[in-house]
Ligand binder design. Sequence first.
Ligand code: ZN
Length: 158
Amino acid sequence: MALRKIRTQEDEILKKISKPVTAFDAKLQILLGDMKDTLTKADGVGLAAVQIGILRRIVVIDVGDEHGYMELINPEITERGGEQRESEGCLSLPNKTGITLRPMWVKFKAQDRNGNWYEAEGEGLFARCVCHELDHLDGVVFTQRLAPGERVKATPHN
Ligand SMILES: [Zn+2]
């Protein structure tokens, strides 16, 4: 088990675009293990590699629903539907929340840790989390996805 340091808002790396994963090697397996440990320890629902300083298109998610724990490598949203306005936060933006506008449902494709492509879909928190984490891969954070008329709120603790 290895915990990695979660980068926070002052860190310019969060604005950078992550590169595709091309090698599904032992190094990737170690990174995925560390991402899972780091996500679990932080009690989060999703983590993108850029949040621990690695500019690769890797996301891990566990929103506590029937999807369970998932690894998304080189993910792409292929379909979306509906909309939702819910409060969102981010491990990299501690003490901030905001009501975002996101699709209610998404379908995506991604590779697993062995490079095999798969598809998955989900709604509600799962869809919100997929959108949030995939945004990180393109240097976008949730404060750029606020619903019209909403603003970022400071929370006393996180
Ligand atoms: Zn985030």
